[in-house]
Design a protein around this ligand. Structure first.
Ligand SMILES: [Fe+2]
Ligand SMILES: [Fe+2]
Length: 464
């Protein structure tokens, strides 16, 4: 845990502690009592709290991890409903106990994660309870007719839910951004969509509270079906995405496996490219494009005959042309898949050189899509550090980094190489640093430097 995260967790824990002390000075709202137990009101209230804690626990146990690491569950609805009927004191118990997850009991979450999770729910729940009370007081001051109390309840519940939602998103995003080194704004953008769909459960929470008070605890259980359906929708989304990634992954591996020297190449390129993307702080959409683009970048090799793909000797001019057609062929294969539109430029341009001497379109510098420039560096590093028929002894990572630096501004975007140096792949390697004289991407300037290297091969001679 870094220092800033530690300070934030300490602040959230302290604020939550103060709120907890304040909330427990209020009695539990009488509406939380189980109906039809008038002869023992205290037991009815305690049983009511236990009921809502159990319901929240059930919601928390159905958590789904969304792409990007955000965990969503349907516990939002019972938390807000319990706060609505039980007030600030009920918020303490459902927030503190009801949101316990199986991962916490299995000790898969670090202690500060447990503190952040519970405080990140309890503190907003307590404040939302205060907000509900304030909203109701405002309506009372305005002499709102008591016959319309259900409308007041609805406005108070939805208003309280909005407060809960905002604070919960803020605390969670701040903790995750400090943990992962991202900006809070980016984290909110990433998780906002998932959380927003949770806010849609606010009217359901109000209805649960109404049913509990008017019909009894059993009527609340009827909401299990729509809440489970909501959870199922989250799960389906994740499953479809996983299935898509696995299919793309298998396809990439099938292409790589045609050549025993390139087995696993696309997966490693994907990992390196995504790490460079993170170092360059690309958006999540771009990171996803690197994920799938990394896997599929050499998909066009499907159309390269074995006699060329597996040839151990130097390729003839015609064979080289066949080999060099794979980015265009790959883009043509993927073009009909609408969902992979963002990956097309990566696939087509991953062999463009920064100085314009690559292929297929001889783009120069920033004309080459940024993600393709990232993939090119990842592709070259992987190829240089793996055995190939024309170079059975791979370069060491240190030697490969020297090559990346040497050809920065010629073959590679020097900014991307700078970002590569900040990834785990370059950790501990001695870095020769950037040669500033090569930063201007002119074909003429670079022509001498690349003389002797065949077009379309990396600096170390690795065709990938
Ligand atoms: Fe390639
Ligand atoms: Fe490749």
């Amino acid at each position: 845990m870094n220092r800033r995260l530690g300070v934030l967790i300490a602040f959230v824990a302290l604020a939550s502690g103060l709120l907890l002390a304040s909330a427990l000075s209020y009695p539990l709202g009488s509406k939380i009592a189980i109906r039809d137990m008038q002869d023992n009101p205290q037991v009815a209230i305690v049983l009511g709290v236990i009921f809502w804690v159990c319901l929240t626990l059930a919601g928390s146990s159905l958590a789904v991890r969304m792409p990007g690491g955000v965990v969503v569950d349907v516990a939002f609805a019972p938390v807000i409903a319990a706060v609505s009927v039980g007030g600030p004191a009920a918020a303490v118990w459902v927030g503190l106990v009801g949101t316990t997850q199986g991962r916490e009991l299995r000790r898969q979450v670090p202690w500060y994660g447990v503190v952040a999770n519970h405080c990140g729910i309890m503190a907003p729940a307590i404040l939302s309870a205060f907000a509900m009370q304030w909203i109701q007081r405002v309506f009372t001051l305005l002499s709102f007719p008591s016959s319309l109390s259900h409308i007041v309840d609805f406005v108070a519940t939805v208003g309280g839910a909005a407060i809960y939602f905002l604070l919960n998103v803020l605390i969670t995003s701040a903790v995750i951004s400090l943990r992962d080194g991202d900006s809070v704004a980016k984290q909110i953008r990433t998780s906002g969509g998932a959380y927003l769909s949770m806010l849609a459960l606010a009217p359901v929470a109000w209805l649960m509270a109404q049913m509990y008070v008017t019909a009894g605890w059993w009527a609340v259980l009827l909401f299990a079906v729509p809440l489970y359906t909501t959870r199922l929708a989250y799960r389906r989304f994740v499953e479809v995405r996983e299935m898509f990634t696995e299919t793309v992954s298998s396809l990439a591996e099938a292409v790589d496996k045609r050549d025993k020297f390139t087995s696993g190449h696309s997966h490693r390129v994907q990992e390196i490219a995504m790490d460079i993307g993170r170092a360059m702080k690309v958006s999540d959409v771009e990171l996803e494009a690197l994920e799938w683009g990394g896997l599929l970048h050499d998909i066009g090799k499907i159309g390269v005959p074995d006699s060329v793909l597996l040839k151990q000797e130097r390729l003839t001019r015609e064979e080289r042309a066949t080999m060099n057609a794979h980015p265009v062929l790959g883009a043509e294969i993927i073009a009909p898949v609408k969902h992979l539109a963002a990956e097309l430029p990566i696939i087509r341009h991953h062999h463009e050189w920064f100085n314009g001497s690559g292929y297929p379109d001889r783009l120069v510098g920033d004309e080459i899509p940024k993600l393709a420039r990232i993939l090119h560096v990842a592709d070259a590093f992987e190829a240089m550090t793996a055995a190939r028929p024309y170079r059975m002894t791979p370069l060491t990572p240190e030697q490969a980094l020297v090559e990346l630096r040497k050809f920065g501004g010629i073959q590679f975007d020097p900014n991307v190489v700078d970002a590569f140096v900040r990834t785990r792949w370059a950790r501990g390697l001695s870095d020769p640093g950037r040669d500033e004289s090569r930063d201007v991407p002119l074909i003429g300037q670079a022509a001498g430097a690349i003389a002797g290297l065949s077009a379309g091969t990396t600096s170390s001679g690795a065709a990938t």
